[in-house]
Design a protein around this ligand. Structure first.
Ligand code: UDP
Ligand code: MG
Length: 322
């Protein structure tokens, strides 16, 4: 009989003092029930990544790890954002486990889907994406923006799993390969499919946040969308080129028309048409420059090769492991 795999549940936490005491026991309960069923090893752990919280989140994590050795925690030196926090947890876990499942700490993602994820792993899948089957609990606005975002991404040529957030199972072997993707502009959902390996999806319904507030207001969602597109695809640059060509063609026709009217002696003071053309073309140029600038900014950040995460503290039971 093969040994049951060691599972690490990786959970990013940012200012979650209201939620954590509620959801942490749920994660532990799930871990215990999976290991009692013999699906995972008793050495499995719940790993919290404190993302530079300004409230008591880290104290709560330390307290939990004192209560039960199945809780582990690492703390980032400052707030670096959700994607970096997940990355830190996954990379720190990868040499200690056989599988990881990343999930948010707010209880919105159904933890019962973990059973099916582990089953898929045991059947031979290396990546299992959690996919939301319905978005009824999200506001119409959130649903609409999120879905337009997925459509936009795939139209721009970035491969993403529809309605999949960062709730997924990844095997240690995938993580080892994933660690070789060195980009600092992180968009995990778009990167994981690029690593490849055998993958499948498991669907679950998404609940409301148990407590606290979402850290993804519209501004951050837009930021994530721009990052997702520009770090996975160069299609916007090509669109600029095509659009430029189209504008050039229209201008050419316009020039011909102007020339002919002038030759026929019908030219009238053309203030309105001039103004329109100038406004239009300068608008196009500014947008194009902005898009190019976005890419140059990304190149700038990549060339600096700054560390993607910095761990400033670990719970006391971290070193006694393995
Ligand atoms: N999070 C984080 N760093 C941040 C923002 C959020 O680690 O800068 C964590 C947060 O604690 C939660 C997860 O990322 O576990 C998702 O955040 P949230 O629930 O606010 O986003 P939503 O589910 O509304 O998209
Ligand atoms: Mg949430």
């Amino acid at each position: 009989m093969t040994m049951a795999p060691v599972l690490y549940i990786v959970i990013p936490c940012y200012n979650e003092q209201e939620v954590l005491p509620v959801t942490a026991p749920l994660f532990l309960g799930k871990l215990n029930s999976l290991s009692e069923a013999g699906k995972i090893s008793p050495d499995s752990r719940v790993l919290f990544v404190n993302d530079g919280s300004r409230d008591n989140t880290w104290d709560i994590i330390c307290g939990l790890s004192g209560q039960d050795p199945h809780y582990l925690g690492i703390s980032q030196s400052r707030n670096r954002g959700h994607q970096n926090a997940v990355l830190a947890g996954l990379l720190e876990a990868r040499d200690r486990c056989d599988i990881t499942i990343s999930i948010d700490c707010d209880g919105q993602d159904d933890i019962d889907a973990m059973d099916r994820m582990v089953d898929c792993y045991l059947e031979g899948y290396d990546v299992v994406y959690g996919v939301r089957s319905s978005r009824e609990t999200d506001s119409f606005f959130k649903r609409f923006t999120a879905q337009s975002f997925y459509k936009l991404l795939s139209a721009m040529g970035a491969e993403v799993v529809y309605n999949h957030a960062d709730y997924r199972l990844m095997s240690a072997r995938v993580l080892q390969e994933f660690a070789n993707f060195h980009e600092v502009n992180l968009y995990l959902r778009g990167l994981v499919p690029l690593v490849g390996f055998k993958s499948t999806t498991v669907s679950y319904s998404r609940a409301e946040r148990i407590a606290g507030e979402s850290h993804y207001p519209l501004k951050k969602m837009l930021g994530l969308a721009v990052d997702g597109i520009t770090s996975l695809s160069v299609k916007p640059l090509r669109l600029i080129t095509s659009f430029g060509a189209l504008v050039a063609l229209i201008s050419f026709i316009g020039c011909l028309w102007a020339l002919i009217t002038a030759i026929c002696g019908k030219a009238v003071p053309g203030w309105a048409s001039m103004t329109c053309i100038v406004c239009f073309v300068s608008g196009v140029q500014l947008v194009s420059l902005g898009i190019i600038g976005e890419y140059i900014g990304k190149i700038y950040l990549e060339t600096k090769q700054r560390p993607r995460y910095i761990i400033s503290a670990r719970t006391e039971n971290w070193d006694t492991e393995k």
